[in-house]
Structure formats: C-alpha cells, structure tokens
Design a protein around this ligand. Sequence first.
Ligand code: F6R
Length: 638
Amino acid sequence: MIEQIKHKQIGKFEDTKFEKIHNEIFEDSNRASILVAYEIADLIKQKQQEGKPCVLGLATGSSPIKVYEELVNLHKKGELSFHNVITFNLDEYYPMEPENRQSYYYFMHQHLFDHVDINPENINIPSGTVSQNELDQYCIDYDLKIKQLGGLDFQLLGIGRTGHIGFNEPGSHKNSGTRIITLDHVTRRDAANDFNGIEHVPKKAITMGVSTIMKSKRIVMLAWGHKKASIVKETIEGQITSNVPATFLQNHSNTTMVLDSEAASELTRIKTPWIVSQSIWTDRLKVRAVTWLSEELQKPVLKLTDKDYNEHGMAGLLAIEGSAYNLNIKIFNKLQHTITGWPGGKPNADDTKRPERSTPAKKRVIIFSPHPDDDVISMGGTFSRLIDQGHEVHVAYQTSGSIAVTDEEALKFAEVAQSLNGIGKDNNFHKIISFLNSKTTAYEDNLETRKIKGMIRRMESYGATRYLGLDDSKVHFLDLPFYETGKIKKNPIGEDDIQILIDLITLIKPHQIYAAGDLADPHGTHKLCLDAIFEAVDQIKDQSFMDDCWLWLYRGAWHEWDIADIEMAVPLSPDEMNKKINAILFHQSQKDRVMFQGEDAREFWVRAQERNRNTAILYDNLGLAEYEAIEAFKRHHF
Ligand code: F6R
C-alpha cells in the first residue's frame, strides 16, 4: 500500500469553477499524512543528492502528528536522514518555557526531533522566553535567518477555525513578518483542553508572518475533520481577505491543501457536485441531490418539479430517471424505508424493505460506548427500545473516561467516602485528598485518583443503565489500556486493546453491534475506539457467528450523519425523549462545567435533544411523517 502512495504525485491542479487553491481529498487522514511525509522525505533526499541543506517550515497542533510519525518511521527504517535538514517552526506561545508540556518546543521534540538525527543547532523554534524589549529584534532576526538560508523549501501548515495560518489571526496583513500577536478567542478556546481551561491559555504568541510563509517555495496545508469544513471552503472558494488569512494562499502558485473527506465536505464540488460538472449518479448522490433540492427550495420531496431539477443543474439526473415524478417517489420511498420503531428488527414482519432483519426475533446486541455516556447521549432512545423489545442487550464502555472528571468532583467523592469510612489517615481516600489538594500539573493524576475518577463514571453509568432497565450483569467496563496514560495524550491502540474487544464479542456472539462512528476526528478517543472495533472485527470475521452480525454506527455528541447516509432512523416519542434525557442526566460529572466541552457550549443533554429533534424536523420537511425526535444510524459492512 505504501508503495502506491509513494508514487502518487501531489501537484496536479484539477481546477473547478469555484476553487482557487489546488487540493487533494483523501478518505482518511492517515493515508494522506503518509503521502505528505513521503513528499517531505523525497525533498530532503533530493537536497542531499545536490549537497544542499533542506529548509523546512514546520507546524504543530493535531494535524501534522501523523506526518511526523511517518517521518520518524522512515528514519528508524534507515531510509531517511535529517543531517542536512534545517527547521523553522511557525510559532510559539508567549510567554512560554520550553520545558512546559504545552509549549511547541516540547511538542516538536516529543513528536519529531527526539527521534531523528537532526543537528540540534539546525532547529529553530520561536522562543517564548525572549524578554519584551528584545522581541522586535528577535523576530527580525528569525526572518533574516530564513532569508539567509535562501528561504523555506517547504512549509507545512495546519489551519485554525479562524482561518489562521501559523498564528496569523484574522486581520493579519499579507506583508506581515514574524512578530508577536494576540490570539483570537476561538483559537484560545480550541486550545483550552490542552491547558486545562481557557483561563490558562496564553493570550499572546510569536508567529512567522504571512509574507514569510508565502515566500516558501512549496506549501502543503493539512485539514482534517468536519470542524474544519467551513473554513476550508472559505479558504479555497472565498474572496482573498485578511479576515481569513489562509485565503492569501490563493496567491501562492505551489500550494496544495491536503484534506480528508470530512474537511472537504463543504466544498461545492463535493457538497453539490451537480452544480460543478457532469455527475456520475450513484444511489447515494441521488438521495443527496434530491434532499438538498428539497431543503434549498423548502419544498417536500414529492412536490419537486421537472423545472426545479432543471434549474439546479440536475437535468442529467432527470434524463436518467424519466421525470421528477418517478425520481421523487423513488427517493421518498427510500427515505421512508429507513424509518423503523424496531431497531432490532420487527418479528414476523416482511423485512425486505426494513433496515433490520426480522429474525432472530430476539437478538444479542452489544452497544459499544467510547466513554461512559456516549451510549445514552447518542442512542439512549434506541437503547431503551432494544431492551423493551426483549433483546439481550449488553453495553460495553470502552474507556474509563476518568480524564473527564474534574479534580473538584473527585475531591468531593473522596471526602464523602472518607467521612463515611472514618478510618483516619491510612486509607486511599486520604491519599487522594492530599494528592488533589497539592496537585499542580494538570492531568498528571496518580493511580488512586484515576481510579476514583473512573469509579465515579462507572457508578453514573450503572445509574443510567439501571434506569433503562438493564441488568448490571450486562454492563461491561473494558477500561481499554490505550486510554490509561493519566494524560490527555493516549497511547496508540495495541494488541491488548484489540484482544479485550475480541474476547467480549466472541463471548456474546452478537447479531448487532452498535459503535460510535466518528470516522474523522483524527486523534480523538472516539476514532481510536472505532479503529479498535474495526480491527477486532476484522480479526474474527471468519468465525461463523460473524456472518450474522451487523455493525451499526451512531454519531457522537458533535454532529449527525448526512441524510443520504442514514440507513436506520429510529423515531422517539416525547416520553422517550424525556427518558433519554433522564438517562443522560445520571452522568452528573459531565454536567455543567464539563472538561472537554469543545467549541459547543451547550450541555450534552441539550445537544442530544436538539440533534435528535433536528433530524426529525429534517424528515418532516422532506415530507415524511412528523416525529418528536429521531436517532440515526448508518450500517458499516465488514
Ligand atoms: C501550529 C499552528 C496553527 C495550527 C492550527 C491548526 O503551529 O501554527 O496554525 O496549525 O491552529 O491546529 P490543529 O492542527 O490542532 O487543528
């Protein structure tokens, strides 16, 4: 596979009516990152052959991690030396000590420099310790040093949700050089998880300027995940403006944006390809086109006319389908058939047009939940129905979720437990209490503290599953080892993680597996948990019970499936919605000020309710029945 990627060239510009920056789209960020690493490696080797240094501009953040991992792999395999490499990092927080774990100095050493043969003197990272009065000269010298080396041969970039490149926030001038800047609030919020709260994120940073970046001979920008989709569209299709500094790249003649499918999903040629060029009309594209038109014109599917289709670039589709009438009915029926109140299949019913099989009438089901609460947040209504309809339902919490419990919450429980226990100072609670009272470094919990945090989430989960009527014996806490680092950064998925999943699946021999299908969140726990399930299932796919096992993916708390991807839509009545919310509320430690809120300030139960209601509104607007709420699933074929 690697060989194939190695020989695929980036650089070919498939222009479209709307796009102003060359871009390449990949199904997943891993493959894309490997390709980028190969381009960098080839450049380093070419410069070695020419007897020249290779000057690289490097980025930090979540986007380039896999690129660095692959460069380290190449080095470890003896295929790549960094002896001629000189690096300049884009930015550093200010003020910031290099030893600080949140510093970009620390990041770069952890992910790249400590593992390759680069000469330490060739590493340049803006220093967060330069005194205020030396800063201006320091920044001028940083640019000068790059210039004296003949400029950057290659610049790797990520993109912030504000459209920043480096830390050139909105308002940055195209002629700006390296300088000190004030971070945008959105950027600080995005960094809040790393700093244990926005109040600890520095307000300033030193960044390479736009003009410094633009002078690079080659620029590759990475963007992964749906969170980046709208800024990627603005960058590639929008007007050049200092409000979105990444749009300046439209004027750079050798830039490629490397995207995964989610980050590319808002581009016109992806979202509405029929507007851009002749489309190959797959079944999925037909559903997308018709539902898009219905939403665009605010008309139910069955009321769309030939004229509506022709005026929106879909004459070709009409030609294939004969008429709007035929097409409308076809798509309407397809959508209609996704709806079922029987997520485990309806016994004794004709199932040819239903999402699930009618037999066996009683199914064995495993609901995998990455954290102890995704089960109820994402599919609490379906969970409850599966139990009520008599299936043997198991829930398996993949990780302990301990990191998301605040110190204050842990302290409260430890103090309650100690006061009941009354044994004095020689018990674990005392250890936890004194540890928490003297804790200084965010996230470096000791074992006992991690345990109590995990235990809090366990007991909350039991509260929710008991409320839904599930017996404790059907609740499995897997505590996958990859998560148990005591830090935000997780280990990669290992064989022991996979084995735990295999053991559970082969023990239960399920007819249905439900899993969190957050496919594109590159380094998040959900993606790792899903990858682990895919790997486990792959290893046992030849066992006979697997022929009868279907995998359904639900979406996490953040966003919903595209309507064209939904294969099972389970409606919830108002009472069922309330029951689901009550189940979510058992997860008290995740209420109010949660630790990993992300950019969405709403509480989880509000998000769940709004998302499920919005899906119902979507179905209603398309002309289907009007429900209170809908939970949606997509089937994954092994
Ligand atoms: C990092 C940098 C930033 C990031 C951007 C995206 O050195 O300069 O521009 O590239 O904030 O961050 P991630 O990749 O974490 O989404």
